[in-house]
Design a protein around this ligand. Structure first.
Ligand code: HEC
Length: 122
Protein backbone atom coordinates (compact mmCIF):
# COMPACT_ATOMS: atom_id res chain seq x y z
CA UNK A 1 0.00 0.00 0.00
CA UNK A 2 2.70 2.48 1.04
CA UNK A 3 4.73 1.47 -1.98
CA UNK A 4 1.89 2.22 -4.36
CA UNK A 5 1.38 5.64 -2.76
CA UNK A 6 5.08 6.39 -3.17
CA UNK A 7 4.89 5.28 -6.77
CA UNK A 8 1.84 7.46 -7.43
CA UNK A 9 3.64 10.45 -5.86
CA UNK A 10 6.74 10.00 -7.97
CA UNK A 11 4.64 9.66 -11.12
CA UNK A 12 2.85 12.88 -10.17
CA UNK A 13 6.22 14.59 -9.60
CA UNK A 14 7.44 13.58 -13.04
CA UNK A 15 4.19 14.74 -14.65
CA UNK A 16 4.33 18.02 -12.73
CA UNK A 17 7.91 18.70 -13.75
CA UNK A 18 6.99 18.53 -17.42
CA UNK A 19 4.35 21.25 -17.14
CA UNK A 20 6.66 24.22 -17.54
CA UNK A 21 9.21 24.44 -20.34
CA UNK A 22 12.68 24.17 -18.87
CA UNK A 23 15.83 25.39 -20.61
CA UNK A 24 18.07 23.15 -18.50
CA UNK A 25 16.22 20.04 -19.57
CA UNK A 26 16.29 21.53 -23.06
CA UNK A 27 20.08 21.69 -22.93
CA UNK A 28 20.20 17.94 -22.34
CA UNK A 29 17.72 17.29 -25.14
CA UNK A 30 19.77 19.56 -27.41
CA UNK A 31 22.56 16.95 -27.28
CA UNK A 32 20.51 15.00 -29.81
CA UNK A 33 20.61 18.05 -32.13
CA UNK A 34 24.27 18.85 -31.57
CA UNK A 35 25.58 16.24 -34.00
CA UNK A 36 24.29 18.60 -36.70
CA UNK A 37 23.82 22.01 -35.06
CA UNK A 38 25.69 24.36 -32.76
CA UNK A 39 24.02 27.05 -30.71
CA UNK A 40 26.89 29.01 -29.16
CA UNK A 41 28.29 30.40 -32.41
CA UNK A 42 26.84 31.60 -35.74
CA UNK A 43 29.04 29.14 -37.63
CA UNK A 44 27.05 26.52 -39.49
CA UNK A 45 28.14 22.87 -39.36
CA UNK A 46 26.23 19.95 -40.91
CA UNK A 47 23.09 21.99 -40.26
CA UNK A 48 22.65 25.75 -39.91
CA UNK A 49 23.68 27.44 -36.67
CA UNK A 50 20.78 27.67 -34.23
CA UNK A 51 22.18 30.62 -32.30
CA UNK A 52 19.34 33.15 -32.17
CA UNK A 53 17.04 30.98 -34.26
CA UNK A 54 13.92 31.87 -32.25
CA UNK A 55 12.36 34.81 -34.08
CA UNK A 56 14.67 34.40 -37.10
CA UNK A 57 13.47 34.00 -40.66
CA UNK A 58 13.75 30.41 -41.89
CA UNK A 59 16.68 29.69 -44.17
CA UNK A 60 18.51 32.89 -43.29
CA UNK A 61 22.08 31.89 -42.37
CA UNK A 62 24.28 33.31 -45.15
CA UNK A 63 27.03 30.70 -44.68
CA UNK A 64 24.72 27.72 -45.06
CA UNK A 65 23.38 26.03 -48.20
CA UNK A 66 19.75 25.26 -47.39
CA UNK A 67 17.41 23.01 -49.31
CA UNK A 68 15.40 24.99 -51.88
CA UNK A 69 12.30 24.07 -49.84
CA UNK A 70 13.44 25.70 -46.59
CA UNK A 71 15.00 28.66 -48.37
CA UNK A 72 11.76 29.45 -50.18
CA UNK A 73 9.63 28.87 -47.06
CA UNK A 74 11.66 31.64 -45.42
CA UNK A 75 11.34 33.90 -48.44
CA UNK A 76 7.58 33.37 -48.30
CA UNK A 77 7.60 34.64 -44.72
CA UNK A 78 8.22 31.65 -42.42
CA UNK A 79 9.57 33.03 -39.14
CA UNK A 80 10.71 30.59 -36.45
CA UNK A 81 8.46 31.67 -33.60
CA UNK A 82 7.67 29.11 -30.92
CA UNK A 83 4.64 27.69 -32.67
CA UNK A 84 6.35 27.28 -36.06
CA UNK A 85 9.41 25.72 -34.40
CA UNK A 86 7.26 23.27 -32.46
CA UNK A 87 5.50 22.19 -35.66
CA UNK A 88 8.82 21.83 -37.49
CA UNK A 89 10.41 19.77 -34.73
CA UNK A 90 7.37 17.51 -34.47
CA UNK A 91 7.72 16.65 -38.16
CA UNK A 92 10.21 18.60 -40.28
CA UNK A 93 9.09 17.14 -43.61
CA UNK A 94 5.41 17.72 -42.87
CA UNK A 95 6.06 21.34 -41.94
CA UNK A 96 8.50 22.02 -44.80
CA UNK A 97 8.09 19.33 -47.49
CA UNK A 98 11.48 18.81 -49.14
CA UNK A 99 13.61 19.90 -46.16
CA UNK A 100 16.87 18.04 -45.80
CA UNK A 101 16.63 17.89 -42.00
CA UNK A 102 16.09 14.23 -41.12
CA UNK A 103 15.25 14.26 -37.46
CA UNK A 104 12.04 13.80 -35.55
CA UNK A 105 10.67 11.78 -32.70
CA UNK A 106 10.76 14.18 -29.74
CA UNK A 107 7.90 14.21 -27.24
CA UNK A 108 5.96 17.47 -27.22
CA UNK A 109 7.31 18.41 -23.75
CA UNK A 110 10.84 17.80 -25.05
CA UNK A 111 10.10 20.16 -27.92
CA UNK A 112 8.95 22.85 -25.46
CA UNK A 113 12.11 22.37 -23.40
CA UNK A 114 14.42 22.50 -26.38
CA UNK A 115 12.71 25.70 -27.59
CA UNK A 116 13.17 27.20 -24.11
CA UNK A 117 16.87 26.31 -24.41
CA UNK A 118 17.08 27.90 -27.89
CA UNK A 119 15.43 31.07 -26.55
CA UNK A 120 18.09 31.18 -23.85
CA UNK A 121 20.76 31.26 -26.61
CA UNK A 122 19.90 34.39 -28.59
C1 HEC B 1 20.98 14.63 -38.68
C2 HEC B 1 21.28 16.03 -38.58
C3 HEC B 1 20.30 16.92 -37.84
C4 HEC B 1 19.83 16.76 -36.55
C5 HEC B 1 20.13 15.64 -35.57
C6 HEC B 1 19.00 17.92 -36.30
N1 HEC B 1 18.96 18.73 -37.40
FE1 HEC B 1 18.01 20.53 -37.56
N2 HEC B 1 18.63 20.72 -39.47
C7 HEC B 1 19.47 19.84 -40.13
C8 HEC B 1 19.67 20.27 -41.50
C9 HEC B 1 20.51 19.56 -42.54
C10 HEC B 1 18.93 21.48 -41.64
C11 HEC B 1 18.77 22.32 -42.90
C12 HEC B 1 17.46 21.88 -43.55
C13 HEC B 1 17.19 22.41 -44.95
O1 HEC B 1 17.99 23.18 -45.49
O2 HEC B 1 16.13 22.02 -45.47
C14 HEC B 1 18.30 21.73 -40.33
C15 HEC B 1 17.50 22.83 -40.06
C16 HEC B 1 17.00 23.15 -38.81
C17 HEC B 1 16.27 24.35 -38.48
C18 HEC B 1 15.96 25.51 -39.42
C19 HEC B 1 17.08 26.56 -39.23
C20 HEC B 1 17.02 27.74 -40.13
O3 HEC B 1 18.01 28.50 -40.14
O4 HEC B 1 16.01 27.95 -40.82
C21 HEC B 1 15.96 24.28 -37.15
C22 HEC B 1 15.20 25.30 -36.34
C23 HEC B 1 16.48 23.02 -36.67
N3 HEC B 1 17.12 22.37 -37.68
C24 HEC B 1 16.38 22.59 -35.35
C25 HEC B 1 16.85 21.37 -34.87
C26 HEC B 1 16.71 20.93 -33.50
C27 HEC B 1 16.14 21.76 -32.36
C28 HEC B 1 17.22 19.67 -33.44
C29 HEC B 1 17.25 18.74 -32.23
C30 HEC B 1 15.96 18.47 -31.63
C31 HEC B 1 17.71 19.34 -34.76
N4 HEC B 1 17.46 20.38 -35.61
C32 HEC B 1 18.35 18.14 -35.10
C33 HEC B 1 20.02 18.69 -39.60
C34 HEC B 1 19.75 18.16 -38.35
Amino acid sequence: MLRSIALALSVAAVAGSSLAADAERGARIFRSCSSCHIVDDTRSTFGPSLKGVVGRQAGAMADYVYSPALKSAGEKGLIWDERELAEFLASPSKKVPGTKMRFWGLWSFEIEDVIAFLKANP
